[in-house]
Design a protein around this ligand. Sequence first.
Ligand code: ZN
Length: 113
Amino acid sequence: MGLLQELFRTHGPAYLDRFGDAMPRAHRRVSAAIIACRTEAAGVTLYSCDACGQPHVIPRSCGNRHCPGCQQGQGLRWLERHRARHLPGEHCLLTFTVPAPLRAFRRRPQKVG
Ligand SMILES: [Zn+2]
């Protein structure tokens, strides 16, 4: 069980009793999904093992994009993709929005060929 899931399970009911009416419904759904993630409450998948021949019941993950347990793999894959694109040497990446009147003057990456 992840730390966030443990926190939600331990303190979520008291928090919802106190602030649940003021919380957006979407936040309550996320909280419920994280609490149920990888438990039988989220449903189960039955696998039949070729090696031992026994059935195995695996609780499903919630798949919610806010669940750190479900999104950790995606985050790591994103990080690996971006690490592969890093320029050699030390550098930093800044992302910002250029005001609309200046966009016509910005320099665009040169096309090869
Ligand atoms: Zn999850």
